[in-house]
Ligand binder design. Structure first.
Ligand code: CTP
Length: 396
């Protein structure tokens, strides 16, 4: 695939390996990217602006304070399809992980909605430092691609993990990321995640143990593939994902309200959320005395997916999720999918506390025409891409 016409920002951090990014820049241009370099001030101690201007064929502005009338960080952030920071120093990782914006590069990253690739390079002690490890984990959980450094000789006489990776590996990981990034470009994807809570009284609710992890993984994967993503999250405890508009809701009726607004505009919807099937008929304003707890009357919640399916246009793709605890019954699940009017259904067996709250999953992807894809134990990010592949086929 060609990336011709796509724009990339190459951020350069202040590490001795900054000179290797000159070669990286060339290889990225070979891929068809137009590359704009944003060096940090300290990186200019290693490689100067003239090198970057000559290689990129573009002017290089390392400062937030040049051309202020053009609001340079917003202009840069909007222009880039992807941002690559190489080398990413421990200091830069810490700043980005914590949202610190004190120069043009960090401001641009903070303002960007595009996928961001970080290429750490530093001494092994710094790479393994607890603060760096925590920052990397945080960045990955927010959807940044953090490429593992190589093992080898350092600037001094030491040896270990922390070397700037081979440029060929960086290019291969970026192009994989960028290729994935493009197949949902221009698509709008709506994801619901978490579990709804139905208030009984001011302190109690009917709920479930859905963590929202699969929904967040889907939202992140869809964003990485170029989609515009809206996430409706019910009672999750997960960090927000950069570049994704998240709407927080509590109950099934809250979710119903938000779906009504967002649904019309989307090409595909992933109903990952565990919507409570029932709610108390009345929400008591005072805490109910325990003697009266057996008097709580329940009524059914609307089936949000069925409601949407009734209004959906033919080209909108609906994906349902089903969590069962008994024996896996693919026939019954296919029947449920048809009944709900979904194009696809992911069925998983959550017996014995499996899957809910975990980073891993296993199950089956089904469609109304008899498609059955067995998905053995895998992480939720991998499953997210598999589901997006299937939804992509249905989107045409
Ligand atoms: N769902 C929904 N609204 C509800 C209940 C479920 O939109 N009130 C959606 C979920 O988001 C999920 C799928 O329907 O995508 C899950 O259905 P499930 O709860 O397995 O189906 P039920 O119709 O409740 O069937 P069962 O009686 O087997 O639980």
């Amino acid at each position: 695939m060609t990336l011709q016409g796509r724009e990339l920002i190459l951020g350069v951090g202040g590490g001795i390996s900054a000179y290797k990014s000159a070669d990286l820049l060339r290889r990225l241009q070979d891929l068809g990217f137009g590359v704009t370099v944003i060096p940090t001030r300290s990186s200019l101690n290693f490689v100067g602006t003239s090198t970057w201007e000559a290689l990129s064929g573009r002017s290089v502005n390392p400062s937030l304070w040049n051309n202020v009338h053009e609001v340079p960080h917003i202009k840069a952030a909007r222009s880039a399809n992807i941002i690559v920071v190489a080398p990413a120093t421990a200091d830069l990782l810490a700043k980005i992980a914590n949202g610190i914006c004190d120069d043009l590069l960090t401001n641009t990253i903070s303002a960007s909605k595009s996928p961001i690739v970080l290429v750490p390079a530093m001494h092994p002690e710094m790479w393994l430092n607890h603060a760096t490890v925590a920052n990397v984990e945080r960045l990955r959980s927010r959807g940044f691609l953090v490429i593992e450094p190589d093992e080898g000789r350092m600037t001094g006489d030491d040896f270990g993990v922390g070397r700037y990776p081979e440029v060929s590996r960086i290019v291969s990981e970026i192009s994989k990321f960028a290729e994935l990034n493009s197949d949902l470009l221009g698509k709008k994807i709506l994801v619901t995640a978490g579990g709804t809570r139905e208030a009984i009284d001011p302190v109690r609710f009917i709920g479930n143990i859905s963590s929202g992890k699969q929904g967040y993984a889907l939202a992140k994967a869809a964003r990485n593939r170029g989609a515009e993503v809206v996430l409706i999250a019910a009672n999750t405890n997960l960090p927000p994902i950069d570049g994704i508009r998240t709407i927080n809701v509590v109950s099934a009726l809250d979710m119903q309200r938000e779906l009504a607004v967002e649904f019309e505009k989307c090409d595909a919807i992933f109903m990952t959320a565990a919507v409570a099937d029932a709610k108390p008929k009345e929400r008591n304003t005072e805490k109910i005395k325990k003697i009266n707890l057996d008097k709580i009357e329940l009524e059914e919640n609307p089936d949000l997916l069925v409601e949407i399916a009734k209004r959906a246009k033919a080209e909108q793709v609906l994906v349902a999720f089903a969590a069962e605890t008994g024996e896996v019954d693919l026939g019954a699940a296919t029947e449920k999918l048809r009944r709900k009017g979904a194009a696809l259904l992911y069925l998983n067996n959550v017996s014995g506390g499996a899957i809910f709250g975990s980073d891993r999953t296993s199950g089956y992807i089904l469609d109304a025409n008899g498609l059955q894809i067995h998905c053995p134990d895998q992480d939720k990010d991998t499953l997210a891409d598999l589901l997006l592949d299937q939804a992509r086929i249905k989107l045409g």
